[in-house]
Design a binder for this molecule. Structure first.
Ligand code: GTB
Length: 218
């Protein structure tokens, strides 16, 4: 059965690939698994039919042969377990790659999300200028550590894995902040990750949703 994922009918990022369906699309493309997408509005996400799939009324969800999943990390893990290419076969290397998946989502992403939320919802506040300095410091602390560990390696631990996929997805959320550019090895890591054909296909697919929603030019 072809799996179905959910994604924003109108992503607030206007096709920049920052919403969390993008990492699932990318994983699907990496393993060569065709998929369908059901687009949902913000209102539909809060309706019982969607909440039955996702307890927090969010995207992405994943449905496949009677299995319903939420949480982008769990979905990527399912795909990586089910197919070859995203996790090493060696048991120790496999668990190290899974550690990087958790590190991306639990250790690196929270400070990046907090910074994005402040920029989105608090930038008109009088205290924003001092808060963003503090949030940037927290993000940089993680990037310092990550950059040190990555060193000159192409990927975080051996071959490209689901850990790299999630870490790159998380770092991409820093977007035009310029923060990643201060770390040449992390910038190169992102360039390598986003040059992968699977990433490009996933990006184009989610961007097409935004482009289709735009009125014809002229
Ligand atoms: N931990 C969950 C996961 O990893 O799957 C988090 C899921 C989540 O936050 N989903 C968001 C959502 O459904 C979309 S990705 N939000 C709607 C709601 O909560 O009502 C977060 C996101 C949204 C927009 C941008 N953007 O515009 O740049 C980036 C990321």
């Amino acid at each position: 059965m072809t799996p179905t994922i959910t994604a924003f009918a109108a992503s607030p990022d206007r096709g920049k690939g920052l919403a969390r369906d993008m990492r699932v699309r990318w994983a699907l493309e990496e393993v060569g698994q065709p998929y369908q997408v059901r687009l949902v509005t913000f209102a539909e996400m809060k309706q019982p039919a969607h909440v039955a799939l996702h307890p927090f009324g969010q995207i992405p969800t994943y449905e496949e042969d009677g299995l319903t999943l939420f949480e982008s990390g769990a979905i990527v893990l399912r795909l990586a377990e089910q197919h070859t290419g995203l996790l090493p076969q060696d048991p120790h290397a496999r668990m190290r790659a899974i550690s990087w998946m958790f590190a991306a989502l639990n250790t690196v992403e929270p400070s990046i999300v907090e910074r994005s939320m402040a920029w989105l919802f608090e930038r008109e506040q009088p205290w924003y200028a001092s808060r963003i300095v503090m949030l940037d410091t927290r993000v940089r602390q993680r990037l310092d550590e990550l950059s040190r560990r990555l060193g000159d390696g192409p990927w975080l631990d051996g071959d490209f894995s689901a850990g790299d996929l999630l870490m790159a997805s998380v770092l991409l959320r820093l977007g035009s902040s310029g923060i990643v550019d201060a770390y040449p090895n992390l910038a190169a890591f992102l360039a390598r990750a986003t040059a992968r054909p699977a990433y490009r296909r996933a990006f184009a697919a989610q961007e097409a949703v935004f482009l289709a929603s735009q009125p014809p030019a002229g």
